[in-house]
Write a protein that binds this ligand. Structure first.
Ligand code: GLC
Length: 735
């Protein structure tokens, strides 16, 4: 529809119709089996159901088409309904969770994955996805780190913009793309105590320097929606925060799309004590510029009255409604309200071999090898016992893969049998223990199991372990232990599995390879010391078993790098590599009295951000700089920082070179390192390759004491290494 026609439509709509375009109601008010991802207090009236502008949680071509047909027929202006869904890391073909995608350090993986997810979801009638989540995540107690790409703003920015490009393509008129929604704006990852829905206290410079960049990258990439976050920022709920939404998001970041609240976040301003009732909450949200009220009666029950009372101007209302209509128009819904959704198309696309192949590659590249003593991996055949609750666990996706079908996931057992079935490698499988103890609290209730069974399960497992040359332990968090409202203070593996691990590790002369399935960084306790190899598998999704066996078998060398620091202890959380130095940094060795330290734990992460082994070994030369000075004002000047990467092992492997920069002194203290670039390079054994990065003045900018982003002359160190603890650096000066 032409812009003028849209304008005429708006002018022709009644006040009530306009208000209802800003109302989103839960999908289960239309479809009984729609996904419900929040608490909905009451059923909407028939009028609201007839006029609401959007819904969420419905997918399936037949259902979506029937719903849309009926809705348009009944709408006074036949305006199509927007169908939104959380397609977070997969629709039917489920990819590794975003935290695992971050570990690939390959934005193209995220882009391709998002593109496939959009194809599959759009074929089933979905128009908008509530993804990507761009929350900087430094606190592994928070279950939602699963949905982020980790603790680094630069890596997150690269991954987020790639996901937006994948979901949206070049134009939303292309029916195989869907609109994306950057969330949760803003700084939800900084939630107090690592719990959902709490307060975030941040200085403006930390907010702007660390927490906002990744959202901005998603908006620069063209994300059509942004979602407000549940948290307060310095005491102001995001959904009522005019400064955050109008000054930062709309003005500074030039966001022109639709701002949608998170589920019930507008109404929850009453619980926060920021609004006295839902009417005031609605007024505050409109003033902040929140266009759509997700799943409460705020806007549907109060906005019309607020406009009539002049508390919300019709101009403000029209601006919000126009943004929603423009989104529908840009999706081509006025011309084709079904956007090509069809059962036949979805059957052809969803879970097709090509999509599975891309997902399998993503799994391989997400795996992070933390230990590999005496080349325990790749597996060398013989007799292998796969032991642990994850040997045949179908739920290896995440709680946010809501439209995925766990039965379609490939387990370790299925993949191992497929791989070794016709070979002379002998395999046995033993569950070893239940995933969790009975009544352990998980996302949607309490886990149920018969704890008494664990004794027999361990005995069977020990028999298999004694028989085998190599034991592959398949352990990890339950699916319900990460995701929304699943914070944990003890981020170790579940109790029954600790017992199983200890029992197996006591068997002498046994090679032990431990796989970890996790939605967050974990405190691995004694697992690394008592395992010969440790491989982090995250929540790998549909092709999990196949991708993992591809690496265990040696067909592919692991190349993943940690997207989050793994601590020595849960109590170290939040922990992140880009911290300040403090006035009394703890000395690397010797006496550490009167220094910033714990008496009972190192300061550093056990496995730092950016860390991960391959099946080969590499030598990285000293950093070479093409010059020692960079001039602040000569626009195009740059310094080339380079290293030579030599594969000193006997297999081809891919290494990820990371460029970190340290600003030695500034008008505010500066992090000890900040990631400014990364490059993956594949090198044949015995060969070398040069890897170089261009350092430019804009990379040195930060939010200075003058409250603006600018660089400051002075000394810097450029590091290039294979993880964030590299000390391979060279100094240069900005003049
Ligand atoms: C949830 C989540 C948000 C999700 C929304 C819709 O509460 O916070 O990430 O997109 O509701 O399901």
């Amino acid at each position: 529809m032409k812009k003028t026609d849209l304008k005429n439509l708006l002018n022709d709509m009644s006040l009530e119709e306009k208000v209802m375009q800003l109302v989103q109601i839960p999908g289960n008010e239309f479809e009984k089996d729609a996904a419900v991802t929040g608490l909905s207090d009451k059923k909407s009236s028939d009028k609201v159901k007839k006029l609401a502008g959007s819904t969420l949680g419905v997918w399936g071509a037949e259902k979506a088409i029937a719903l849309q047909k009926n809705y348009i027929k009944n709408h006074p202006h036949h305006i199509p309904l927007l169908l939104m869904l959380d397609v977070i890391h997969g629709h039917k073909t489920v990819f590794p969770c975003p935290l695992g995608q971050g570990a690939t350090f390959e934005p193209e993986i995220a882009r391709k994955g998002a593109e496939i997810q959009a194809k599959e979801a759009s074929s089933e009638g979905v128009h908008v996805t509530f993804s990507p989540m761009a929350d900087l995540s430094r606190d592994a107690r928070w279950g939602r780190v699963l949905e982020s790409t980790g603790e680094d703003k630069y890596l997150n920015g690269r991954m987020i913009s790639a996901m937006v490009e994948g979901y949206q393509g070049k134009s939303l008129k292309d029916k195989e793309h869907i609109a994306s929604c950057v969330k949760h704006f803003a700084a939800y990852g900084g939630a107090e105590a690592g719990r959902d829905y709490t307060n975030v206290e941040l200085s403006e410079h930390t907010l702007r320097e660390q927490y906002l960049p990744a959202y901005e990258e998603g908006i620069k990439a063209g994300a059509r929606l942004v979602m407000t976050s549940f948290n307060t920022l310095n005491g102001i709920p995001s959904s009522g925060n005019k400064w955050l939404m109008r000054d930062i998001l709309r003005k500074d970041m030039k966001f022109k799309g639709v701002l949608i609240s998170d589920w019930a976040a507008i109404a929850e301003m009453v619980n926060w004590g920021f609004a006295t009732d839902m009417k005031e909450a609605s007024e505050l949200a409109m003033a902040a510029g929140v266009d759509i009220d997700m799943c409460t009666g705020c806007y549907s029950g109060n906005l019309l009255q607020l406009v009539k009372e002049g508390k919300v101007s019709e101009k403000l209302l029209d601006e919000a409604v126009m943004r929603v209509l423009e989104l529908k128009n840009d999706l081509g819904l006025f011309e084709d309200p079904y956007r090509g959704a069809s059962v036949e198309k979805s059957l052809k696309l969803c879970l097709c071999d090509e999509h599975r192949k891309v997902a399998r590659d993503a799994v391989r590249k997400s795996l992070v090898l933390l230990e590999n003593k005496n080349k325990a991996l790749p597996l060398s055949g013989g007799k292998i016992a796969f032991i642990g609750p994850y040997i045949d666990e179908k739920k290896i996706h995440s709680s946010w893969a809501i439209s995925g079908d766990p039965e379609k996931n490939v387990t370790i057992e299925e993949a191992a049998n497929a791989l070794y079935g016709k070979s002379d490698v002998k395999v046995k499988f033993a569950k070893g223990c239940n995933m969790l103890l009975n009544k352990t609290e998980i996302g949607f209730g309490a886990y149920e199991a018969d704890d008494k069974k664990n004794k027999t399960l361990i005995e069977e497992a020990l028999k298999a372990a004694k028989w085998a040359d190599t034991v592959v332990l398949c352990l990890g968090e339950d699916l319900g232990q990460s995701g929304e409202s699943t914070s944990r203070v003890d981020i170790t593996i579940p109790a029954p599995q600790k017992k199983l691990f200890r029992a197996v590790s006591e068997i002498k002369n046994k090679k032990i390879v431990t796989l970890i399935f996790n939605g967050r960084a974990l405190d691995l306790e004694d697992i690394p010391d008592k395992s010969d190899a440790v491989l982090i598998c995250w929540r790998p999704g549909t092709e999990g078993g196949n991708g993992i066996m591809d690496v265990l078998s040696g067909a592919y060398s692991p190349e993943g790098k940690l997207s989050m620091s793994f601590p020595w202890a849960s109590a170290q959380e939040p922990i992140h590599y880009d911290h300040y130095n403090t006035g009394r940094p703890k000395p690397k060795e010797g006496l550490s009295i009167f220094s910033s330290r714990y008496l009972d734990c190192p300061n550093e992460a056990r496995y730092p951000f950016g860390y991960g082994l391959t099946y080969s070994s590499f030598e990285i030369s000293k950093v070479k700089l093409s010059g020692k000075t960079l001039s602040k004002n000569a626009g195009s000047s740059s310094i080339e920082a380079s290293v030579t990467v030599k594969n000193t092992g006997d297999v081809k492997a891919t290494q990820t070179l990371q460029l970190y920069i340290r600003d030695i002194a500034g008008s505010r203290v500066r992090p000890v390192k900040e990631l400014k670039g990364f490059q993956k390079v594949t090198v044949e054994p015995g060969k070398s390759k040069k890897v170089s990065f261009k350092i430019t003045e804009d990379m040195l900018r930060f939010f200075t004491i003058r409250n603006k982003f600018e660089s400051e002359p002075g000394k810097f160190t450029a590091f290039i290494g294979t993880d964030s603890e590299t000390d391979n650096g060279a100094e240069f000066e900005l003049i």
